[in-house]
Design a protein around this ligand. Structure first.
Ligand code: ADP
Ligand code: GLC
Length: 474
């Protein structure tokens, strides 16, 4: 099959969160099965290696109805893996800044242009995909274009699939986007794209894609309910028969403690000794007290409400004050939360380290060197870090929601389980889970058994690719 991905993130060229990891890994797994995969993505100012990229189309005229001076882009190419190419949409006015999701007045045009450019690039090169697979709200209008404006073109027969990686972000932009893309007037209705007086990109995608995928079976159930639907649960319910939950996986080329250039010593389930070396090196790197014999709890995360870290910020100080654990956080986002965690690090310098920013190497070293990894998410479509943690024998402490519930099985007080699972998204829930972690840490035989079970759990992109292929044809 020929498979087109339309995705705003593609690691390592661009990544704001797990979406970039997921699209590149799924693309590689599909290509490895002999399918021809192209991922179209914007060429942001932050993309490394742009000067070395090839040029596929010098000047592509894109079918939008705005400022004529802004209607063309260049398409650059970059091989990803055998059978898998990235096509970058180069348009400096729209994408030349470093940020992936900037708040700007023309953010709607910026995303709409990209959706149309992805499809026009296929038409211009006569590379006609069987499957057009969009990812998240940025690609939401792709299935809409295929069903309407582009229905009569060679792309009209392509099957469209949309993956919801996160239903919270929907892309609501002014009505003028309808004219910009030349969309038919009937789409401006509450039954269609309209939502609170705006065009809702994700809603359009959910309604018009042949299949709607989300990134875990539990999240697929959750988004049918008002509590998780962010106002679109009724729309998702309308498409319930086309909805499918497929778990993400772990890209073992990137996340493998036996072969990881970022960490102090290699280790594996069979030869776990290197993990202690990684912990000692991490404590040293962070300037935390060595040799305390207490567990080190790690966090690597975007700092937003979704992730529940405000609750962790309140639950942790009593444990730190009593010296019962050490804690490291790497992340950025909400300015208030950043400040709160920095204050915590200043209050407990031997026990708590906080690094604000984005640092892939340190993320690997935290996964390798910590004993536990905390993800108290209020909701989590899939989550990748809990799976990466398990691969590194770093036991995830997770709230029972979405993909976290589907990937971590709670410690049973004996030798069964792969992590700590708690129910309630509140301070008491997290405090209970931390006490459980301390309890497990005090039982070396159980700890070893749970670590081994976590390290040998399989979350493969091969399996995810198989499930996607089923969705592509059925
Ligand atoms: P989400 O996509 O909701 O942020 P995921 O768990 O799916 O959550 O993926 C997060 C990804 O982003 C992981 O690969 C994680 O290591 C990475 N990440 C998040 N914040 C940082 C950071 N500050 N530095 C390095 N990597 C980060
Ligand atoms: C989103 C979700 C996260 C998921 C990732 C990749 O960013 O928040 O749970 O793992 O997409 O699918």
């Amino acid at each position: 099959m020929k498979i087109l991905f339309v995705t705003p993130e593609l690691a390592p060229w661009s990544k704001a969160g797990g979406l970039g990891d997921a699209t590149v890994a799924l693309g590689k797994a599909l290509a490895a099965r002999g399918h021809e995969v192209r991922a179209v993505t914007p060429l942001y100012g932050s993309v490394p290696g742009r000067a070395q990229m090839g040029t596929l189309i010098e000047s592509l005229k894109v079918g939008v109805h705005g400022d004529a001076r802004k209607a063309a882009c260049r398409i650059r190419t970059q091989p990803v893996s055998p059978n898998f190419e990235a096509w970058f949409v180069e348009h400096d006015d729209f994408y030349g800044a470093r940020e992936i999701y900037p708040a700007r007045e023309d953010a709607g045009e910026r995303a709409a242009f990209y959706a149309r450019a992805a499809l026009d690039a296929c038409l211009a090169t006569n590379w006609i995909p069987d499957i057009v697979h969009g990812h998240d709200w940025t690609a939401g209008l792709v299935p809409v274009l295929l069903n309407t404006t582009l229905k009569a073109t060679a792309l009209g027969a392509a099957r469209s699939v949309l993956t919801i990686h996160n239903l919270q972000h929907q892309g609501l932009y002014p009505k003028r986007i309808m004219a910009y893309l030349g969309l038919p007037a009937f789409l401006w209705s509450p039954e269609e794209l309209e939502c609170l007086g705006s065009v809702n990109f994700l809603k359009g995608g959910i309604l018009h894609a042949a299949k709607v995928i989300t990134v875990s079976p539990t999240y697929a159930q959750e988004i049918l309910t008002p509590a998780f639907g962010y106002g679109l649960d009724d729309v998702v319910r309308r498409r319930a028969s086309a909805l499918r939950g497929i778990l993400n996986g772990v890209d073992r080329d990137e996340w493998n403690p036996a072969d990881d250039a970022h960490i102090a010593a290699p280790f594996s389930a069979q030869q776990p000794a290197g993990k202690a070396v990684c912990k000692a090196a991490l404590l040293r790197e962070l300037g935390l007290a060595p040799g305390l014999e207490v567990p080190l709890i790690g966090v690597v995360s975007r700092l937003y409400e979704q992730k529940g870290l405000d609750l962790a910020g309140r639950a942790l100080p009593p444990f730190l004050r009593e010296g019962k654990l050490q804690f490291v956080l790497l992340g950025s986002g909400d300015a208030g939360l950043e400040k709160e965690f920095l204050r915590m690090a200043a209050d407990f310098p031997a026990h708590c380290a906080v690094r604000i920013g984005y640092d892939n190497g340190l993320a690997h070293r935290i996964e390798a060197g910590a004993d536990f990894f905390l993800m108290p998410s209020r909701f989590e479509p899939c989550g990748l870090n809990q799976m990466y943690s398990m691969a590194y024998g770093t036991l995830p402490i997770v709230r029972s929601t979405g993909g976290l519930a589907d990937t971590v099985s709670g410690w049973n007080g004996k030798r069964k389980g792969t992590g700590i699972v708690f129910e309630h998204a509140d301070q008491a829930g997290i405090a209970w889970a931390l006490s459980q972690a301390l309890e497990l840490y005090r039982q070396p035989a159980s700890l070893k058994a749970v670590q081994k079970a976590a390290m040998t759990a399989q979350f493969s992109w091969e399996k995810a690719a198989e499930e996607h292929l089923e969705c592509y044809v059925n």
